[in-house]
Design a protein around this ligand. Structure first.
Ligand code: ADP
Ligand code: MG
Length: 243
């Protein structure tokens, strides 16, 4: 059984008397442990697709099973529970809470999941260490660089041990060196067994995934697998050139 099974998924928006088919019949399977890049021009349905896979939104039609569970049949509460327990989401603008430190940001999903305080603290610290921020635990977002803030967001996404990690343009707000750094982190997490789907409009970023799905007009135009580029090696090369 595939981790994600999507059949003829559709999302239609009604805007100013017009129907917008943001997703126009998408079918695919994702196996546990895959690292996928989603590409396509602006407006092609990438974010709509991610929001449906991430249980942030409901489809107009079609079926979605996550780990065998029929997501399309769930109530709003059921959807929220699946989102909290099974999905880790990372966004372009990090979406951290500015007033609280890194540990407190990472603890948030565990508060919603009802974990006891002492365990929350311990798991948040472990998640931050996993993304290389063991020495920035009590810094607030404003005291961190963009790349470090994205690492906090990735730690927050991972802390409930989700079935799938979804990232919508996670390097969109970062310079090219920091982008490589974040992609190297995704590759490490992928090697550790995390299933990752990353949206990007940059082919150089997509090259770090082993499967690339191209969207166009709300449909899958192309879905292909290839040998991924090694982000750590690309980073080392960049730093060698700079030295
Ligand atoms: P992408 O992420 O590939 O740029 P989106 O999934 O955001 O594309 O959007 C796909 C299409 O759906 C676009 O035409 C967009 O304008 C439209 N769309 C997205 N969200 C909404 C919404 N909330 N209301 C109306 N139209 C929307
Ligand atoms: Mg988008």
């Amino acid at each position: 059984m595939a981790l994600v099974e999507i059949v003829d998924l559709r999302k239609t928006y009604h805007l100013g008397g017009q129907d917008i088919h943001a997703l126009d019949g998408v079918s695919l399977k994702v196996e546990a442990g895959e690292f996928i890049a989603v590409m396509g021009p602006s407006g092609s349905g990438k974010s709509t697709f991610m929001n449906l896979v991430g249980c942030l939104d409901r489809p107009t039609a079609g079926a979605y099973r996550l780990d065998g569970e029929a997501i399309s049949a769930l109530s709003a509460d059921g959807l929220a529970t699946v989102r909290n327990r099974r999905i880790g989401f990372v966004f372009q603008q990090f979406h951290l809470i500015q007033e609280i430190n890194a540990v407190a940001n990472v603890e948030l999903p565990m508060i919603y999941a009802g974990q006891p305080r002492s365990l929350r603290r311990e798991m948040a610290i472990a998640a931050l260490a996993r993304v290389g921020l063991g020495d920035r635990l009590y810094h607030k977002p404003t005291e961190l660089s963009g790349g470090q803030q994205q690492r906090v967001a990735i730690a927050r996404a991972l802390v409930n041990k989700p079935a799938i990690l979804l990232a919508d343009e996670p390097t969109g707000a970062l310079d090219s060196r920091t982008s490589l750094d974040i992609m190297a982190l995704f590759q490490t997490l992928h090697r550790e067994g995390v299933t990752v789907i990353v949206v990007t409009h940059e082919p150089e970023v997509a090259a770090f995934a082993s499967r690339v799905i191209h969207f166009r007009d709300g449909r899958i135009l192309k879905d292909s697998s290839h040998q991924p580029r090694d982000a750590a090696a690309a980073l080392a090369q960049l730093e060698g050139e700079a030295a």
